[in-house]
Design a protein around this ligand. Structure first.
Ligand code: EPU
Length: 430
């Protein structure tokens, strides 16, 4: 078992380079099997565990995967020979369900165990199923554990999503890109990784228009070919460093970003009193006063991202005044507030609203990462707090942040990964 040990109090200063976007990579990697060819994908965050799981799954179904360098992989999909993915491959991450759309698109058949992933409240897949069925597939969910879907042929169709869903938008794009005729996804998700997936598929020869708006039109093509493609920078990793710079009263140049993707985060930081300077492919965040309060409501893109809500709450926990955070995407994304309160934060949660009364300072404490972004929030809190913080369950953080110790360490953060003995349990009893 590993944990992070942080001695807080150092303002973060210097430069950090952001990795490729996790959530784009998790859609693009399975999308590669839609060609029977070789795709070279650059700017891949290869060292996060979610990406390793996707790569393992690709190999499991017969794809060849070569690591060309630390951020480039080559996927050879010529010999993919299985449409079955079992629970041991899907239990760790949500995005494993993108193989349903990709296998359906390639073989007109998929049998994939239900996905795992961070617990943020119920995570239904009814909109994915609605999309597959609209394309002509028959879908059965066996014992709430396995999704089996088959189609004699896939035929394009209009599909209106009842909720704006990133996952359903991705899965329908994957399943329809080789269908006959035109698919129109209405009320589609507009996140940057949706646009990135569309750009990747288009560079394989697909015909997808409108990605980034709420109507995406996909005209099916028989054949997709290999390509070379570079994944966009990770919006949420960038946002995490932006908030960390502000919360530690530091000054950090965050490089390899698309500032447009960060606008909602930048504007909230400015509202709290941070200075945010935008360059072509970088942003600098600095803060030298106590943060001011501000209210946040999470929304689908281009609104404030739910995946930045826990990190931003740390800044607000240190603000002068009371802030209100409304979570509108996930029904259970405030579990981390209990951990923050162990560090001295003053927060009351009522359903999907958290009221944060800013305190003068946080103090280090033993805490845990309840999920990936909750873990990122604990790192920021530990770096901003006085004294020593120990974070357990860091496997969640390793799912989505590359070289996190090195990146924060290079900015002057005192953070170490340490190995610790598993606590004694009955399983150990002789
Ligand atoms: N929803 C339904 N039915 C569906 C699908 C979704 O009701 O069939 C609901 C969900 O319950 C939720 C809302 O729609 O209330 C949005 O869910 P969405 O499908 O957009 O989320 P997701 O695709 O499961 C992705 C990211 C999450 C991020 C959300 C929202 C990936 C792999 N995951 O999840 O990222 O929170 O979009 O932006 O792209 C993370 O990176 O830490 C993370 C959790």
């Amino acid at each position: 078992m590993e944990k992070f040990v942080i001695n807080g109090g150092n303002p973060l200063r210097g430069e950090v380079t952001i990795s490729g976007a996790k959530n784009a990579a998790l859609a693009i990697i399975p999308a590669a099997i839609l060609s029977q060819d070789v795709c070279r994908i650059e700017n891949v965050p290869t060292s996060i565990s979610d990406v390793s799981f996707m790569i393992k799954t690709l190999k499991h179904i017969g794809a060849g995967v070569k690591l060309i360098d630390r951020t480039t992989i080559e996927i050879d999909s010529r010999f993919v020979n299985s449409y079955v993915i079992a629970h041991d491959m899907t239990k760790y991450l949500r995005a494993s369900y993108y193989f349903i759309g990709a296998l359906l698109g390639r073989f007109h058949r998929a049998r994939v165990a239900m996905p795992g992933g961070c617990y943020l409240g119920p995570r239904p897949i009814d909109q994915h199923i609605k999309g597959f069925e609209a394309l002509g597939a028959k879908v059965t969910v066996e014992d709430n554990a396995i999704v089996e879907t088959t189609a004699d042929e896939l035929v394009g169709s209009p599909i209106y999503l009842d909720v704006v869903s990133v996952g359903a938008t991705v899965n329908i794009m994957l399943a329809s890109v080789k269908a006959q005729g035109l698919t129109i996804i209405e009320n589609a998700a507009k996140e940057p990784h949706i646009v990135d997936l569309a750009n990747f598929l288009n560079s394989m020869g697909a015909d997808i228009r409108g990605a980034g708006t709420d109507v995406i039109k996909i005209r099916g093509t028989d054949h997709l070919h290999g390509c070379t493609y570079s994944i966009i920078p990770d919006q949420i990793e960038a946002g995490t460093f932006m908030v960390a710079a502000a919360a530690t009263k530091g000054n950090v140049l965050i490089k390899n970003v698309i500032p447009k993707h960060l606008e909602s985060i930048s504007s909230k930081l400015v509202e709290c009193g941070a200075v945010v300077e935008e360059y072509d492919e970088a942003v600098r965040v600095s803060m030298d006063t106590r943060p001011g309060k501000c209210n946040i409501k999470t929304m689908p893109h281009p609104g404030f991202p739910t995946d930045m809500q826990p990190q931003m709450a740390v800044l607000l926990a240190l603000a002068d005044g009371t802030s209100i955070v409304s979570e509108s995407i996930w029904s259970n994304r405030f579990r981390y507030t209990e951990q923050l309160m162990r560090m001295g934060a003053s927060i009351t949660v009522d359903g999907q609203i958290a009221v944060i009364h800013g305190v003068d300072g946080l103090r280090g404490a033993p805490v845990r990462a309840d999920d990936l972004r909750a873990g990122a929030a604990m790192i920021i809190a530990g770096l901003a707090a006085s004294g020593r913080t120990e974070i357990e369950d860091i496997l969640y953080i390793d799912r989505g942040y590359e070289n996190v110790v090195e990146k924060f360490g290079n900015l002057g953060g005192d953070i170490r990964r340490v190995y610790c003995v598993e606590p004694f349990s009955n399983a150990d009893a002789g």
